[in-house]
Design a protein. Structure first.
Length: 184
């Protein structure tokens, strides 16, 4: 993928040399609160997480998890992703930001940028996103990014995180709705 830019962010593919960036991001328990509830060990990032990211680039050109840097300072702020789904016409958008980047509008800016990229450059028909129902900040980002609530469901987890009992939510945006909004 050619790097994608928004007003303040530059998104690029991760490389094998980016382990420290991912360790920094995944070591904050607050960042991981609604994901695993605990930091991701360095060896797991090096041997599982990063290789899986690199594989998505090879298997699904244009998709994957992209390192996000502030354009002016080149400071790493986190990542944004467009992941393949079981439906080739649908991608799953997501993000993870360093706590120091929270509250700056980056989550919405990067998500909107990847939604636009999915429809314009990748010709996808639908973009979805999901999170825990209790993750109100991510749900607000999804709404501000143009995604709309589509469903609530419950999953069984052997070691559930606090709030799991309230379920998972999905938000989505289809091409027709996106095009209508961009013509207005």
């Amino acid at each position: 993928m050619t790097p994608v830019e928004s007003e303040r962010l530059r998104l690029r593919e991760f490389t094998s040399g980016d382990i420290d960036l991912l360790v920094e991001l995944d070591s904050d328990p607050q960042v991981m609160r609604f994901l695993t509830g605990e930091p991701t060990p360095r060896d797991e990032i090096a041997n599982v997480v990063l290789p899986a990211m690199l594989k998505v680039y090879a298997d699904h050109p244009g998709l994957g998890t992209f390192a996000a840097h502030e354009k002016g300072t080149r400071t790493f702020v986190g990542w944004f992703g467009l992941q393949p789904t079981d439906d080739a016409a649908t991608v799953d958008v997501g993000y993870r930001l360093l706590r120091s980047a929270w509250g700056n509008g980056y989550a919405t800016e990067g998500t909107k940028t990847l939604i636009d990229y999915a429809f314009t450059e990748l010709s996808k028909d639908r973009v979805i996103a999901d999170t825990m129902a209790v993750n109100h900040r991510s749900r607000a980002v999804m709404r501000r990014s143009g995604l709309r609530f589509t469903r609530l469901w419950h999953e069984h987890f052997d070691d559930p995180l606090p709030g799991t009992e309230f379920g998972e939510v999905e938000y989505a945006l289809d091409r027709h709705t996106w095009e209508t909004r961009h013509r207005a």
